[in-house]
Design a protein around this ligand. Structure first.
Ligand SMILES: Nc1ncnc2c1ncn2[C@@H]1O[C@H](COP(=O)(O)OP(=O)(O)OP(=O)(O)O)[C@@H](O)[C@H]1O
Ligand SMILES: [Mg+2]
Length: 328
């Protein structure tokens, strides 16, 4: 790394992020100054249909990258592939990917998590029948894996368990779920489940968290809090890669956007400019002929209109404060 490289810790500072993003090349598949994830030649076919065909992709460390694209573009399949939950068809034909300098092809899902790349999942029925704290402990077990198992036989289990529970409590408190600690996960609201998924993922202290549509099914009251939590993770030095359909959310929190269509990476760019890229307009128009991309036509969720209003209100408040200070 050169001495001019902006470090991950700087990424809590909006000016440093803006400066970094200004240096990034918006060519799809372009290299990044400090990539945490590097993907080469990942192809996944289902029968004769190519769901994913990504030649090269780099994800910059320390910022929030959104992965967008029309329905069926291959976003979820791509997540499955790089986290070891699915195998590329190109496995023996040049598919390679590495995370934080560590090769991940031919690696199991649990090893991927141990390497520091963790994704969230929808809670399954089985997990719904477990309590919130049990879900959290499971998150820890997944990552500690063998070590935790071994320690049970070495008599340090109890001490470790207490330590892990303390960590779970801290995370639950942070996500305002501590009161629900002993409730069944199935009794939580959609938004609270999303928070639990995120809290559970954090039990393994990941370097990068991958969220597939984190806002889907979340009521407006919790949306802002979820967005805030995602930004806080970035500000604490974590890399975030998330899939999202709502352009308000994408513009609101992402530093960089990668666009997929028909399995391929078709565009990259800063959130405020990428949607005017002709390749992106083509991708969306190809999928939804009736979609008018002019401005906010992709908005589907009224909840996010409220966010924009809130942001505008905050901005107005801040300006009023500045003016008041100026008058003093
Ligand atoms: N297990 C599977 N078997 C067959 N086809 C599949 C399978 N999983 C995904 N596909 C197909 O692969 C393509 C990509 O699907 P994928 O779910 O990755 O898209 P996506 O970008 O996540 O879409 P969405 O935004 O709707 O979630 C789709 O055409 C889908 O039907
Ligand atoms: Mg999907």
């Amino acid at each position: 790394m050169s001495e001019h490289t902006i470090t991950t810790n700087d990424m809590a500072d909006p000016a440093a992020r803006t400066a970094l993003v200004a240096t990034l090349d918006a060519t799809p598949g372009a290299s990044k100054p400090d990539p945490i994830l590097v993907v080469d030649h990942i192809v996944r076919q289902f029968g004769g249909m190519t769901a994913v065909d990504v030649g090269h992709l780099e994800v910059q460390r320390g910022i929030i990258t959104a992965l967008i694209g029309p329905n069926g573009a291959g976003k979820t399949t791509f997540f499955n592939l790089i986290t070891g939950f699915d195998k590329p068809t190109s496995a023996k034909q040049g598919a390679h990917w590495s995370f934080d300098g560590r090769k991940l092809d031919k690696t199991s899902a649990s090893s991927v998590a141990q390497a520091g790349m963790v994704r969230t999942f929808q809670l399954t029925k089985a997990l719904s029948r477990m309590t919130v704290i049990e879900n959290m402990m499971l998150g820890a077990q997944n990552q500690a894996g063998e070590n935790l198992f071994k320690s049970m036989f070495h008599g340090v289990w109890r001490a470790q368990e207490r330590e892990i529970e303390a960590k779970a409590d801290e995370l639950l408190a942070r996500f305002k779920l501590l009161e629900k600690k002993h409730d069944y996960a199935g009794s939580l609201s959609g938004g609270q489940r999303k928070l639990l998924e995120m809290a559970r993922a954090l039990m393994s202290d990941p370097k990068m968290i991958m969220l597939d549509e984190p806002m889907a099914g979340v009521n407006p009251a919790l949306t802002q809090s979820l967005l805030g939590h995602i930004q806080t993770l970035r500000d604490e030095g974590m890399t975030v890669l998330f899939v999202e359909h709502d352009m308000h959310v994408v513009r609101h929190i992402s530093d960089w956007v990668a666009v997929m269509a028909e399995g391929r990476l078709v565009a990259e760019g800063a959130a405020d400019t990428v949607m005017s890229n002709p390749a992106v307009i083509d991708a969306y128009l190809g999928a939804h002929h009736d979609t008018d991309l002019g401005d906010d036509a992709l908005l589907t969720d009224e909840a996010l209109e409220e966010i924009e209003a809130e942001v505008a209100a905050e901005e107005a408040e801040r300006q009023a404060e500045e003016e008041a200070e100026g008058l003093r």
